[in-house]
Design a binder for this molecule. Structure first.
Ligand SMILES: Nc1ncnc2c1ncn2[C@@H]1O[C@H](COP(=O)(O)OP(=O)(O)O)[C@@H](O)[C@H]1O
Ligand SMILES: [Mg+2]
Length: 313
């Protein structure tokens, strides 16, 4: 099994809002600080990756935010222009203006065109060895399989030599577990767990792309151990609560209610974690990122999560 950050291309996905951007940004920071030249790319046009570093906007042209850490935002039209000027050796971008103008028409008419331009750009950066590691703040679980299998789809659709040659190398990179992996971000909650298990099964059944790890985000600290839970249960009779209230000179019922909430949360979240573990290949690496009770966005939070991930890796 290849260590996570020793791969070349990582797609970070998961249910919307689960912490994909947080984890992608933090993994990229961690890799950069380990000395790897790292590109982090957000795929969502309405994304907010720049906020996670507080280092200015990102665009299609990658920009070095700090030593070894480069960031960009995907733009499929820019990707097409770059492809045409690089691959087909069309010298001046100006000359392909008319082609670009028909881009929206083509992209919307043919399924997989936008996906292939996204995947094409990312795998191109890997093929050219422009970076040691490319981390993608990817689309949500429901769309990732379609995006990752676009080259296969086009390959099967178009048997013509030129197009086949243009997608085969992408598939060679995507399907090589030494180079490419998917990271699913999950959380100890019902829906994220269900989506994670479903996606793991789909990746296995519908693609040849390796699931590299599951990162469980927003894990609550152990507020109560099992032994403390037992103590708490023993104390929680009306008579004892009454006696303790008298002894301390104030109503302690609200304190017990709060403790009960903590116990319930721990139990339900532990249950969801157990469901997740059971639903996944036992060999699959799982990492845990605690729930942050401090400010949860911005450069400091990204750094904190990077440190925590560094301890797990
Ligand atoms: N470990 C964590 N603890 C607390 N809040 C978190 C944690 N990770 C992410 N968040 C918060 O959850 C929200 C969604 O995170 P984000 O990374 O933007 O998710 P996604 O990219 O999957 O939509 C943000 O407000 C973020 O600050
Ligand atoms: Mg996001």
């Amino acid at each position: 099994m290849v260590p996570l950050l020793d791969r070349k291309l990582l797609f970070v996905t998961g249910k919307g809002g689960v912490g994909k951007s947080t984890i992608a940004a933090s993994l990229a920071l961690l890799a950069a600080e380990q000395g790897k030249k790292t590109l982090v790319c957000e795929v969502d046009a309405k994304g907010n990756l720049a906020d996670f570093y507080e280092a200015g906007e990102t665009s299609f042209a990658a920009r070095e935010l700090q030593p070894n850490l480069w960031a960009m935002s995907m733009n499929t039209e820019e990707s097409l222009k770059e492809y045409l000027s690089l691959q087909l050796k069309i010298p001046f971008v100006a000359k392909i203006g008319p082609i670009a103008r028909t881009f929206d028409f083509i992209a919307n008419a043919a399924p997989g065109v936008k996906e292939i331009l996204t995947i094409g750009k990312l795998t191109y950066e890997v093929r050219e060895r422009n970076y040691d590691l490319v981390i993608v703040d990817s689309v949500a679980s429901g769309h990732i399989v379609g995006q990752l299998t676009a080259p296969t789809g086009i390959n099967e659709l178009v048997q013509v030599g030129l197009v086949r040659n243009q997608t085969q190398w992408m598939m060679d990179i995507l399907n090589d577990p030494a180079q490419t992996g998917v990271v699913i971000v999950s959380a100890p909650e019902e829906m994220p767990v269900a989506e994670t298990i479903e996606l793991a099964q789909r990746l296995d059944a519908e693609t040849d792309i390796d699931l590299a790890a599951v990162i469980v985000n927003r894990v609550l600290p152990e507020l109560f151990t099992e032994r403390e839970e037992a103590l708490f249960e023993a104390m929680r009779t009306p008579r004892k609560i009454d006696a303790i209230s008298k002894a301390v000179g104030g109503a302690v019922k609200p304190v017990f209610d709060a403790a009960e909430l903590a116990v319930t949360l721990r139990r339900t979240r532990a249950g969801h974690l157990a469901t997740l573990r059971e639903g996944l290949d036992p060999m699959l690496p799982m990492m845990f990122v605690p729930y942050l009770f401090t400010r949860t966005h911005g450069a400091r939070a990204t750094r904190r999560v990077a440190e925590l991930l560094g301890e797990e890796l």
